[in-house]
Design a protein around this ligand. Structure first.
Ligand SMILES: [Zn+2]
Length: 212
Protein backbone atom coordinates (compact mmCIF):
# COMPACT_ATOMS: atom_id res chain seq x y z
CA UNK A 1 0.00 0.00 0.00
CA UNK A 2 1.22 3.45 -0.90
CA UNK A 3 2.28 5.77 1.87
CA UNK A 4 2.31 8.79 -0.46
CA UNK A 5 -0.39 11.43 -0.36
CA UNK A 6 -0.30 12.96 -3.85
CA UNK A 7 -2.03 16.29 -4.52
CA UNK A 8 -2.13 18.61 -7.51
CA UNK A 9 -2.07 22.37 -7.02
CA UNK A 10 -2.83 24.84 -9.75
CA UNK A 11 -1.56 28.37 -9.10
CA UNK A 12 -3.84 31.08 -10.48
CA UNK A 13 -2.62 34.68 -10.16
CA UNK A 14 -5.45 37.05 -9.24
CA UNK A 15 -4.17 39.90 -11.42
CA UNK A 16 -2.55 40.14 -14.85
CA UNK A 17 1.13 41.16 -15.09
CA UNK A 18 1.78 44.91 -15.15
CA UNK A 19 4.24 46.34 -17.69
CA UNK A 20 6.18 49.46 -16.70
CA UNK A 21 5.72 52.13 -19.36
CA UNK A 22 6.78 55.76 -19.46
CA UNK A 23 3.65 57.69 -18.51
CA UNK A 24 3.32 61.16 -20.01
CA UNK A 25 0.80 62.03 -17.27
CA UNK A 26 3.10 61.11 -14.37
CA UNK A 27 6.30 62.06 -16.21
CA UNK A 28 8.11 58.79 -15.55
CA UNK A 29 7.85 55.02 -15.64
CA UNK A 30 4.78 53.57 -13.95
CA UNK A 31 3.16 50.13 -13.83
CA UNK A 32 0.13 49.88 -16.12
CA UNK A 33 -2.85 47.72 -15.25
CA UNK A 34 -4.82 45.79 -17.85
CA UNK A 35 -8.41 47.09 -18.11
CA UNK A 36 -9.58 43.78 -19.65
CA UNK A 37 -11.14 45.81 -22.46
CA UNK A 38 -10.09 45.25 -26.05
CA UNK A 39 -10.77 47.77 -28.80
CA UNK A 40 -11.29 47.03 -32.46
CA UNK A 41 -10.84 49.79 -35.03
CA UNK A 42 -11.74 49.50 -38.71
CA UNK A 43 -10.06 51.32 -41.61
CA UNK A 44 -11.96 50.08 -44.62
CA UNK A 45 -11.13 46.36 -44.89
CA UNK A 46 -8.26 46.67 -42.44
CA UNK A 47 -8.55 46.23 -38.71
CA UNK A 48 -6.50 47.22 -35.66
CA UNK A 49 -6.97 45.57 -32.29
CA UNK A 50 -5.70 46.81 -28.95
CA UNK A 51 -5.89 45.82 -25.34
CA UNK A 52 -6.32 48.88 -23.14
CA UNK A 53 -4.08 49.45 -20.10
CA UNK A 54 -4.28 52.22 -17.53
CA UNK A 55 -1.51 53.90 -15.56
CA UNK A 56 -1.81 52.92 -11.89
CA UNK A 57 -0.80 56.47 -10.94
CA UNK A 58 -3.07 58.66 -13.07
CA UNK A 59 -5.34 56.40 -15.19
CA UNK A 60 -3.78 57.53 -18.46
CA UNK A 61 -4.37 54.83 -21.06
CA UNK A 62 -1.88 52.87 -23.11
CA UNK A 63 -3.16 50.88 -26.07
CA UNK A 64 -1.27 47.63 -26.40
CA UNK A 65 -1.32 46.57 -30.03
CA UNK A 66 -2.58 43.04 -30.62
CA UNK A 67 -2.52 43.44 -34.41
CA UNK A 68 -2.41 46.33 -36.86
CA UNK A 69 -3.77 46.98 -40.34
CA UNK A 70 -4.76 43.41 -40.81
CA UNK A 71 -7.08 42.52 -43.65
CA UNK A 72 -10.36 41.24 -42.26
CA UNK A 73 -10.05 38.11 -44.49
CA UNK A 74 -6.77 37.20 -42.77
CA UNK A 75 -8.20 37.25 -39.26
CA UNK A 76 -9.27 34.00 -37.73
CA UNK A 77 -13.10 34.17 -37.29
CA UNK A 78 -12.77 32.95 -33.68
CA UNK A 79 -10.44 35.89 -32.91
CA UNK A 80 -12.85 38.35 -34.49
CA UNK A 81 -15.75 36.86 -32.56
CA UNK A 82 -13.75 37.01 -29.28
CA UNK A 83 -12.87 40.68 -29.88
CA UNK A 84 -16.42 41.66 -30.78
CA UNK A 85 -17.94 39.88 -27.80
CA UNK A 86 -15.22 40.88 -25.24
CA UNK A 87 -14.67 37.17 -24.54
CA UNK A 88 -13.12 37.15 -21.00
CA UNK A 89 -11.14 33.93 -21.56
CA UNK A 90 -9.61 35.22 -24.76
CA UNK A 91 -8.74 38.55 -23.09
CA UNK A 92 -7.27 36.72 -20.10
CA UNK A 93 -5.02 34.65 -22.40
CA UNK A 94 -3.52 37.86 -23.82
CA UNK A 95 -3.45 39.82 -20.56
CA UNK A 96 -1.44 37.03 -18.85
CA UNK A 97 0.93 36.45 -21.80
CA UNK A 98 4.05 37.85 -20.18
CA UNK A 99 6.20 36.82 -23.17
CA UNK A 100 4.16 38.97 -25.56
CA UNK A 101 4.27 41.89 -23.11
CA UNK A 102 8.06 41.70 -23.19
CA UNK A 103 7.95 43.28 -26.68
CA UNK A 104 6.71 46.52 -25.12
CA UNK A 105 8.30 46.77 -21.69
CA UNK A 106 11.63 45.83 -20.12
CA UNK A 107 10.18 45.61 -16.65
CA UNK A 108 7.02 43.61 -16.02
CA UNK A 109 5.65 42.94 -12.54
CA UNK A 110 4.08 39.51 -12.20
CA UNK A 111 1.34 39.14 -9.62
CA UNK A 112 2.23 37.63 -6.22
CA UNK A 113 -1.39 37.18 -5.07
CA UNK A 114 -2.61 33.80 -6.17
CA UNK A 115 -5.42 31.39 -5.62
CA UNK A 116 -4.33 27.79 -5.20
CA UNK A 117 -6.74 25.33 -6.72
CA UNK A 118 -6.25 21.97 -4.99
CA UNK A 119 -7.24 18.67 -6.49
CA UNK A 120 -9.27 16.46 -4.24
CA UNK A 121 -7.09 13.53 -3.30
CA UNK A 122 -8.49 10.32 -1.98
CA UNK A 123 -7.96 9.88 1.71
CA UNK A 124 -4.97 7.64 2.24
CA UNK A 125 -4.71 6.14 5.68
CA UNK A 126 -1.25 6.09 7.15
CA UNK A 127 0.49 8.32 4.62
CA UNK A 128 3.78 9.87 5.67
CA UNK A 129 5.06 11.38 2.44
CA UNK A 130 3.31 14.37 0.91
CA UNK A 131 3.85 14.90 -2.80
CA UNK A 132 2.63 18.13 -4.41
CA UNK A 133 2.58 18.45 -8.21
CA UNK A 134 2.50 22.10 -9.23
CA UNK A 135 0.84 23.52 -12.26
CA UNK A 136 1.45 27.21 -12.95
CA UNK A 137 -0.12 28.07 -16.30
CA UNK A 138 0.65 31.79 -15.84
CA UNK A 139 3.81 33.51 -14.62
CA UNK A 140 3.61 34.70 -11.02
CA UNK A 141 6.08 36.21 -8.58
CA UNK A 142 4.78 34.16 -5.65
CA UNK A 143 7.77 32.65 -3.87
CA UNK A 144 7.62 28.91 -3.36
CA UNK A 145 8.43 29.09 0.38
CA UNK A 146 5.76 31.74 0.93
CA UNK A 147 3.17 29.66 -0.89
CA UNK A 148 4.04 26.45 0.98
CA UNK A 149 4.05 28.29 4.32
CA UNK A 150 0.63 29.83 3.65
CA UNK A 151 -0.98 26.74 2.22
CA UNK A 152 0.41 24.17 4.64
CA UNK A 153 0.42 26.29 7.78
CA UNK A 154 4.17 25.87 8.33
CA UNK A 155 6.69 28.57 9.15
CA UNK A 156 9.26 29.41 6.51
CA UNK A 157 12.05 28.60 8.97
CA UNK A 158 10.60 25.12 9.47
CA UNK A 159 10.38 24.64 5.70
CA UNK A 160 14.01 25.74 5.43
CA UNK A 161 15.04 23.27 8.15
CA UNK A 162 13.14 20.44 6.40
CA UNK A 163 14.85 21.42 3.14
CA UNK A 164 18.30 21.39 4.74
CA UNK A 165 17.57 17.97 6.24
CA UNK A 166 16.53 16.81 2.74
CA UNK A 167 13.07 15.98 4.07
CA UNK A 168 11.74 18.61 1.65
CA UNK A 169 12.80 18.04 -1.94
CA UNK A 170 11.98 20.01 -5.06
CA UNK A 171 12.24 18.38 -8.46
CA UNK A 172 12.56 20.14 -11.80
CA UNK A 173 13.73 23.36 -10.21
CA UNK A 174 16.90 25.40 -10.12
CA UNK A 175 19.01 26.14 -7.07
CA UNK A 176 17.48 28.28 -4.34
CA UNK A 177 14.12 27.06 -5.56
CA UNK A 178 12.41 27.85 -2.25
CA UNK A 179 13.21 31.54 -2.70
CA UNK A 180 12.09 31.64 -6.32
CA UNK A 181 8.63 31.79 -7.81
CA UNK A 182 6.84 28.45 -8.01
CA UNK A 183 7.59 26.77 -11.32
CA UNK A 184 5.17 24.98 -13.59
CA UNK A 185 5.67 21.21 -13.57
CA UNK A 186 7.72 21.00 -10.39
CA UNK A 187 7.12 18.38 -7.75
CA UNK A 188 7.59 18.97 -4.06
CA UNK A 189 8.09 16.00 -1.77
CA UNK A 190 7.85 16.27 2.00
CA UNK A 191 8.82 13.40 4.29
CA UNK A 192 6.76 13.70 7.44
CA UNK A 193 7.24 10.41 9.30
CA UNK A 194 7.39 11.83 12.82
CA UNK A 195 5.59 15.14 12.51
CA UNK A 196 2.84 15.57 15.09
CA UNK A 197 0.87 17.92 12.84
CA UNK A 198 0.95 15.63 9.79
CA UNK A 199 -2.83 15.31 9.78
CA UNK A 200 -3.47 19.05 9.66
CA UNK A 201 -0.77 19.49 7.00
CA UNK A 202 -2.52 16.81 4.92
CA UNK A 203 -5.90 18.47 5.36
CA UNK A 204 -4.51 21.80 4.22
CA UNK A 205 -2.68 20.20 1.30
CA UNK A 206 -5.86 18.59 -0.01
CA UNK A 207 -7.99 21.65 0.67
CA UNK A 208 -10.22 19.73 3.09
CA UNK A 209 -9.21 21.89 6.05
CA UNK A 210 -11.76 24.39 7.31
CA UNK A 211 -9.20 26.61 9.04
CA UNK A 212 -7.60 29.38 7.04
ZN1 LIG B 1 0.45 58.11 -15.01
Amino acid sequence: MSNILNVKWTIIPTNAPQPWMTCSGCGGPRPFKCSDKPRLNANGRRLDAWLIYKCTGCDKTWNRTLFERRNVRDIDPATLEALQSNDPNWIRGHAFDIGALGRFAKRIDACADCLIDKSEACDIEGWNILQIDLSAPFTTSLRLDRMLANELGLSRSRLQALHEAKALRIEACRKQALRRPAQNGSRITLDLPDEADRRSIGERATGSSTTE
